[in-house]
Design a protein around this ligand. Sequence first.
Ligand code: SF4
Ligand code: MSK
Length: 655
Amino acid sequence: MSEAIKSVDPATLKMLEKAKADKVSTAFDRAEEMKPCPIGAEGSCCKNCSMGPCRVPAPKKKAETEAEKAKRRGVCGATAETISARNFVRMVAAGTSAHSDHARGVAELFLGTAKGEVPGFSIKDEQKLYQVALDLDVEIGDRPVKEIAVEVGEKCLAEFGRQHGQLYFVKRAPLKRQEIWRKLGITPRGIDREVVELMHRTHMGVDQEYKDLILAGARCSLADGWGGSMISTELQDILFGNPVPIAGKINLGVLKEDEVNLVMHGHEPLLPELLVVASQDPEIQNYAKSKGAKGINLAGMCCSANEVLMRHGIPVAGNFLQQELAIITGAVEAMVVDVQCEMQSLADVAKCYHTKVITTNPRAKMEGATHIEFEEHHGQEVAKKILREAIDNFPKRKGKPVLIPSETHEMIVGFSHETINYLLGGLFRSSYRPLNDNIINGRIRGIAGVVGCNNARTCHDSAHLTMIKELIKNDVIVLTTGCAAMACGKAGLLTPEAASKYCGAGLAEVCETVGIPPVLHMGSCVDNSRILMAATAVVKDGGLGDDISDLPAAGAAPEWMSEKAIAIGQYFVASGVFTVFGTTFPITGSEEMCKLMYDGLEEIMGGKWAFEPDPEKATKLMLEHIDKKRKALGLDKKKDRVLYDMAMRRELDAV
Ligand code: SF4
Ligand code: MSK
């Protein structure tokens, strides 16, 4: 791959030049040096027992005889379909466990906070607490906030070990969707139970039926989207505040030459919340000055960044593929990591500069890094200790070459689904009605959720931007999270001004009227649950069918790389969404699996997968699907612009 196509982000390209000059290896280099195993990439390699690994790749010729097909089996007789399905749903189990273990940590902290045992944390959003309490069947009455919060915390924690029945948040889904899950027997029971069962089913010699495995994978993924991830989002909002629109800045240019730069990287917002507070402490500020720095500059990376950006406007240094590059600027005193998406190479890259990599989570240590464990009962002291480590490191930067790229972009972020509700409907009539009305009248063609990672095997940020620009040009409003959201921020798509520059006339008019960007940043990876809630709110507002699968909507992760992305994709599909993934797709070695995932699933659960690495073609698939749904709703004919009076609104509400 030539350097010019490694990224569409100029700051990234500048830092890759510096990496080369500094002789530092990055993920971009390693992706070039080490080609992926084609059999593994298509999902055809099984290593679930020591008789393998068994490789059962896709047949070389199209028309395979039955005898030839019968020969393509693992030692135990497992078929290509079984191997592919087992591999796929194991990714779902891993992704679900990542989101849900994060959520468990949040629930524990929440409960400790509610009981008054954790200094530095408090219940910030009582309104949301009451809303969540209602959904958990927690009585509100005139009970004190503390008592309600304790019961909410206990009930959320119990969702992980629940053995029977269904997760509480399942009932938030449209009734028709709940009915589909019941009929298919995929309503999630307990979060841990679904993960454990999936690991059992995929053990050697257990579930040998690929369709059955995919349904079990759907059940597990729903325990993520409507369970672990949703618990995480809701409790974080109650603890740290429900995001509202806030201005922020993004790209490596947010690092400051004359300040102590501390980059918070990972996914859990617990410690970052305390770092934000502690960094403003006069004692810490003065300590930084005593070491010759003008102040302390906190910046984020990956989803920890999204969390503190959405709630505090903390600047973002970059997305997944920029983590090594932040250190390569030579300006980072400390990179503080918690869990997920942290490259092990960080410790090696840091050795070439003065940066300290500090691991903070007991589940995620790294050879070569300093470990300062985040212990919630002493969180404030831990935060200060980490800040002092970073400050002490500042003088070591002196005399060393520093290159901070100048690129930064302004953005407006913080669109929780409650905020969208409020922005669209106004304070006295919060509602998704104006969105539904504009979808019905055709000004907005549909809704897309474009989310997910960067992948070192494709041009950084390119597929995200190609897809999202094309969607908004075609009047499709985009909801985004994770590293996709950051790609949009860097390209200037997260500003209200982007509407007139990039959108079709209909979407531009709506965005300009409401004053919102055409691409709405909804948060981190666990916040994909916000997209489920937004889609449900649109269904419940009426006029666009009675299930998520009826909506003119589609999902995509054009640069995905993590198992979490597969879990997210599977719960989008199981919630009724047509979902397109790019890069590679780990089922392409099995024709039957492809038929099921790209086609058969639609009939049984309303949503289905597609795999298309070309973002332009992938966008076309999304638009075709949106138009298919518009047609089914009778919205394919251009309607005259109608101003709705009260009688018409009532009529619509009754639909
Ligand atoms: Fe091979 Fe079967 Fe063992 Fe997998 S479980 S490695 S297919 S023998
Ligand atoms: S950080 S999971 S690379 S979106 Fe959530 Fe980005 Fe993907 Fe990690």
